[in-house]
Design a protein around this ligand. Structure first.
Ligand code: M6R
Length: 360
């Protein structure tokens, strides 16, 4: 039933090229955006509020980078348990987006109820019959198929894919990108599943690295720009299933405190594709190395060539502009998975956690 895999999580990680192909085919037709479940129009939107929990929250944080950059609309992202009790003002022209794999997360549903009658409500869900889907004006399925492992993997990348299409739709509606630019970003996005298939080939290398990670007590993850939310997601995934203390930071924040933690017992995972932020991230990485920190550099051929000398490295395929977080989710997941396997924890049913958090 697990298709020859030892755990559901491993099966769900491996399924990503296929489920992403399905999700993208649903939203991109003949190279153009198609939103079949009722249109989402961004023309008159003045502000977007995104609300979710856990991994879905990190998908929202990533989407903020895309939407603000591509469409120029301000995006606020909040964890549902904070949003619901803060009674935030919802101004006219606000679009509220709720992201949830299960569609049953109690805090996310309560946050949605707060927005009812105040904003147009779009949800991005895996379970199409869920409470959150039913309560939304428009519910966009991520089409990941049933996710059983408590640690979310394929739902995360499918959420990112749908949110990526939404960001491009926002740019299209607002005329902030040309038709040719949108087409080219969509083409790049449809290439991502094949690149993910290539990244999955790094599994053996990543499992070797994970064996070393499994001996650490604390692990830091850093990234910049859209790789910052991925650093948070990498840390969450690792702590959930391996029980190793892990934190994600924006690279530029290290020197504002967290670097005090770094010594030669602390691995620091760096997500740094060779994009225009590469040089900045690398200079933070060098500060870590100067303090004896053990850097695992996850980058592409160009990046690794420019920055030899890390403790470990993983060579990723080159990520298309914008879509790096989808691709770099794979090493984040595989490092967490193999670290947990090396520690012998219950990967699919980690202690104290439930797949769907239906009580607050
Ligand atoms: O079903 P949801 O997407 O609303 O769930 C949100 C979180 O509970 C969930 O992402 C959780 O953080 C996962 N265990 C992460 O791997």
């Amino acid at each position: 039933e697990k298709g020859g895999h030892r755990h559901w999580m491993a099966k769900e990680i491996a399924e990503q090229p296929a489920v992403l192909d399905t999700a993208l085919a649903h939203y991109i037709h003949d190279g153009a955006i198609r939103l079949p479940e009722g249109d989402v129009d961004f023309s008159d939107v003045t502000r977007i509020v995104m609300v979710a929990c856990g991994t879905a929250f990190y998908a929202c944080l990533t989407a903020k980078y895309w939407i603000e950059r591509l469409a120029g609309v301000p995006v606020e992202v909040d964890v549902a348990s904070e949003f619901r009790y803060r009674e935030p003002p919802i101004t006219d022209g606000t679009l509220a987006i709720f992201v949830s794999q299960s569609g049953e997360t109690a805090d996310t549903l309560a946050a949605l109820r707060y927005c009812e009658g105040r904003a147009r409500i779009v949800s991005v869900v895996n379970v199409e019959t869920s409470s959150i889907a039913r309560a939304s004006d428009v519910a966009l399925p991520i089409l990941a198929g049933r996710e059983i492992g408590v640690a979310s993997t394929k739902a995360f990348t499918c959420q990112l894919a749908v949110l990526g299409v939404l960001a491009l739709k926002a740019a299209q509606d607002r005329g902030t990108l040309s038709a040719a630019e949108i087409r080219s970003h969509l083409e790049d996005l449809t290439r991502v599943p094949a690149l993910i298939a290539q990244a999955l080939n790094l599994e053996d290398d990543l499992s070797d690295i994970a064996r070393d990670l499994s001996e650490a007590r604390d692990i830091l993850f850093i990234g910049r720009g859209p790789m910052y939310p991925l650093a948070l997601e990498g840390a969450l995934k690792l702590k959930e299933i391996s029980y190793i203390h892990a934190e994600g930071y924006a690279s530029g924040e290290l020197k504002h405190g967290p670097i005090a933690l770094v010594d030669d017992s602390v691995p620091v995972i760096v997500f740094a594709p060779s994009d225009d932020l590469f040089g900045k991230t690398v200079s933070n990485m060098q500060e870590v190395m100067a303090r004896g920190g053990r850097v695992v550099l996850v980058s592409d051929a160009q990046g690794l060539k420019a920055q030899p000398g890390s403790w470990h490295s993983a060579q990723m395929p080159h990520a298309p502009d914008l879509w790096g977080p989808l691709l770099y989710a794979i090493p984040a997941q595989l490092l967490a998975y193999h670290t947990a396997v090396a520690k012998g924890t219950d990967v699919d049913q980690p202690r104290n956690l439930a797949k769907s958090v239906t009580v607050e």
